[in-house]
Design a protein around this ligand. Sequence first.
Ligand SMILES: Nc1ncnc2c1ncn2[C@@H]1O[C@H](COP(=O)(O)OP(=O)(O)OP(=O)(O)O)[C@@H](O)[C@H]1O
Length: 242
Amino acid sequence: MIELKYLTKRYGATLAVDDLSFTVRPGRVTGFLGPNGAGKSTTMRLILGLAAPTSGEVLVNGRRYASFPRPMREVGALLDANAVHVGRSAYNHLLCLARTNGIGPRRVTAVLHHVGLSDVARKNVGGFSLGMKQRLGIAAALLGDPGVLIFDEPVNGLDPDGIRWIRDLMRSLAAQGRTILLSSHLMSEMALTADSIVMLGRGKLVAEATIEELTARYPSLEDAYLALTASSVQYGAGGPGR
Ligand SMILES: Nc1ncnc2c1ncn2[C@@H]1O[C@H](COP(=O)(O)OP(=O)(O)OP(=O)(O)O)[C@@H](O)[C@H]1O
């Protein structure tokens, strides 16, 4: 479970996250939506202790991230698939991460198999496609077999096969009782993957509802998103003459 309580993050004049409270519950996929710059990545960084809140707090399984002696066993995350050491093999990249959290090499082999990278485990990550890096980032998130998982746009750049694979993986991780927070801009895909939605606009909560609740009120999740965030879009396209 992830609990945000009156969470605020300010960067100078920018209020990236504004008095945000919501709960991400176990056993379901929670989709995290919002226009560019709405504060999704900042919120994820706050959950993971990578940024300090200006005020408010965020708890993972009732505790602050910094209080976990072996955080990868509590919460796993994929924030940026390109955040890898390009001079290392996939296996060594994961082994280095595993060692910091007291995780053995057998688990590294298991997660590489789980994400379909066994055949390229000894290959240099520098030569990986974006899709392969996304799979590697997911393997890293799964290393500690955590109950809470956070994925920031994991389907970005994936082919249809990879997108279907991510959808099935998210569904199966939630079915195992894990807490899944998943951001994406692909509404049709989110409608197929998520059980419930948290929607942000300009750092504020604009909706917290199940997919059923949203699609009962709007023709589709995309329509719900466009209606609910209409006043929050900061970087809309400039039309002719604008
Ligand atoms: N380290 C930082 N320093 C200054 N401003 C920041 C920093 N990180 C984020 N911001 C600002 O905070 C706001 C929220 O950004 P954030 O990346 O969290 O949004 P997002 O919803 O993840 O957007 P996107 O969908 O484009 O990834 C933006 O205005 C961004 O410019």
